[in-house]
Design a protein around this ligand. Structure first.
Ligand SMILES: Nc1ncnc2c1ncn2[C@@H]1O[C@H](COP(=O)(O)OP(=O)(O)OP(=O)(O)O)[C@@H](O)[C@H]1O
Ligand SMILES: [Mg+2]
Length: 237
């Protein structure tokens, strides 16, 4: 099971909006079963999910102290992807969430305040040695500051090549528990979410393969003496 955490110290950057949208999109693309985990005491994601009629993605209520055990349990139940929404703070709670994540997605509005706050989230992800990905969210179409923001963020880490624009359907669709794709799957907003998930899932898998490769490179070194031991056995018999 892959685990993605949406985190940013800045309030209102789009963590909950993008968590819900990415979870629904992953499920629609057949990359599920997906489970959403709300680690934010504000409970915005659970409120959205409660208003939702569609049975998927699933939802898991948990606490930071139970997170690891609950993720193991969800994995055992066959979930392929867990998406965790976090509160706008740098707390011990977020640190524990980042520790269990395979990737940390940091939604960032193209505003000076959001850009200034990004550093703190980056520090947290880097301390746990987790791959992080910035997503520029709520950008005004054709605004110069969007490109400037992407350039500024790229000095801290990877920026998704997909920008999510400021559109009312991102907010209005969530009122009754839906997403932009469930209002109009051909809308520009739906297209952005689809492109975003394609990029995120590809990156997630590449990171995973790299980790497995590195792990096997280490274990190959480790097993050298044992190979010799095995050969001696083979000669002896
Ligand atoms: N791309 C967008 N277009 C239009 N509105 C958006 C977009 N992204 C987020 N919003 C709106 O901005 C507000 C904040 O978004 P959201 O709740 O997802 O942020 P958050 O990072 O989860 O906030 P918090 O830090 O409080 O948890 C919401 O009202 C949401 O509907
Ligand atoms: Mg939120």
């Amino acid at each position: 099971m892959r685990v993605i955490a949406f985190a940013s110290q800045k309030g209102g950057s789009g963590k909950t909006t993008l968590s819900g949208h990415v979870a629904v999109e992953a499920e629609r693309r057949g990359d599920g079963p997906v489970v959403l985990v709300d680690a934010d005491p504000q409970g915005s994601l659970s409120e959205w999910w409660n208003a939702r009629e569609a049975p998927t993605p699933a939802f898991a209520q948990t606490t930071v102290s139970r997170l690891l055990t609950d993720l193991d349990d969800l994995k055992a139940r066959g979930f392929k992807l867990a998406i965790i929404d976090t509160p706008p703070a740098i707390t011990l709670a977020i640190q524990s969430v980042i520790a269990v994540a395979d990737m940390v997605v940091i939604p960032t509005r193209p505003s000076p305040h959001d850009l200034r706050a990004a550093g703190a989230t980056v520090e947290l992800a880097e301390r746990s040695n987790k791959p992080l990905l910035f997503v520029v969210n709520a950008a005004t179409p054709r605004a110069r500051i969007t490109a400037d923001a992407a350039i500024a963020l790229s000095q801290h880490g990877t920026v998704a090549p997909v920008t999510i624009h400021q559109r009312t359907d991102f907010a209005s669709s969530m009122i009754d528990g839906r997403t932009v794709m469930e209002i109009n799957e051909k809308s520009r907003s739906a297209r952005e979410i689809s492109d975003l998930w394609e990029y995120v899932s590809d990156r997630l898998e590449r990171n995973f393969r790299r980790t497995v490769f590195q792990a096997s490179a280490v274990s190959r070194r480790d097993i050298q003496p044992r190979t010799g031991f095995g050969r001696r056995h083979a000669n002896a018999s």
